[in-house]
Design a protein around this ligand. Structure first.
Ligand code: SAM
Length: 281
């Protein structure tokens, strides 16, 4: 008998129409759905008119469930893993299961769909070419500040999941560690009736959240612009170049700055010419 397949099925993060046709087909066809909370998934199945068998799989019983599910998959049954909302395993249960199933050489198939962090990033207006996702921030202020210290110089866009009850305290910690001017985006209730996407400096956003109690409700993704490391590097290079140009011929000043900063000699020479020209004006 051939082995079954484990499908990792993304479900809506709010708007039910975001469930893909392929996801509903899989939920209809599998022998069993492993659901983070069967009550939540039952509502989705009712909406789809389905009655597929379910089994709970959450952070407190995942280890026990792995054995049961492996046996079922080995017996040829197909299983769909879903969480309450969005993509399973992303700040949700499923990682130990997927690891174990792949180790057993059983096929794992993704059924892609909604994911709060990607949805938030796609509308944030922050750089999307490189980003890091840190999941949920620590619940205590000291933990959050420590995490922000760790990430203060990170140039990539930072993405966090945050509880609405802590968003104000979180922005306060962010301001303390990264400064009032750092740009942030609060993406709240995505795909739902009260969807809100707010961009601003940390200080302005904190004030906005404080003034409007509604902004402290619902589900939130917090995005923080990466540190402007490149700009700072250029500023440092120009300062060194300027100082050396006062003592040395241009080529030598550019060559020495390139060595000190591990930068390109030609680009620094061009910069030196620009600085010289602007001084002669
Ligand atoms: N697996 C999910 C995913 O793919 O995004 C995330 C699950 S995690 C337990 C739940 C967190 O995701 C929420 O606390 C919130 O930070 C974020 N989230 C989920 N749905 C959201 C939505 N509609 N709008 C904004 N954030 C959302």
């Amino acid at each position: 008998m051939s082995e079954g397949i484990l499908y990792i099925v993304a479900t809506p993060i709010g708007h039910l129409n975001d469930l893909s046709p392929r996801a509903s087909e899989v939920l209809a066809d599998v022998d069993l759905i492993a659901a983070e909370d069967t009550r939540v998934t039952r509502k989705l199945l009712q909406h789809l008119g389905l009655n597929t068998a379910m089994l709970s799989l959450h952070e407190h019983n995942e280890q026990q469930r792995i054995e049961t599910l492996l046996l079922k998959l080995q017996a040829g049954e197909s299983v769909a893993l879903v969480s309450d909302a969005g993509t399973p395993l992303i700040s949700d249960p499923g990682y130990p299961l997927v690891k174990a199933v792949r180790l057993a050489d059983i096929k794992v198939v993704p059924i892609p769909g909604p994911c709060a962090l990607i949805s938030a990033l796609s509308v944030s207006g922050l750089p999307t070419d490189k980003f890091i996702f840190e999941g949920f921030l620590p619940g205590k202020s000291s933990g959050r500040r420590g995490k922000f210290e760790e990430l203060k110089q990170e140039p990539r866009t930072l993405i966090f999941y945050e509880s609405p009850h802590r968003i104000l305290a979180c922005l306060d910690d962010l301001e303390t560690v990264m400064g009032a001017e750092r740009e942030v985006v609060v993406a709240r209730e995505l795909t739902k009736a009260f969807e809100t996407i707010h961009s601003g400096s940390v200080a302005e956003t904190k004030n906005w959240v404080e003034q409007d109690q509604n902004q402290q409700r619902g589900e939130i993704v917090l995005l923080v612009a990466g540190a402007q490391v490149v700009k700072k590097q250029h500023q440092d290079q120009e300062r060194i170049l300027g100082l050396l140009m006062e003592e040395l011929p241009l080529k030598q000043a550019a060559g020495l700055t390139a060595k000190i900063c591990d930068a390109k000699r030609n680009e620094l020479y061009q910069k030196a010419l620009e600085i010289k020209a602007s001084k002669e004006k």
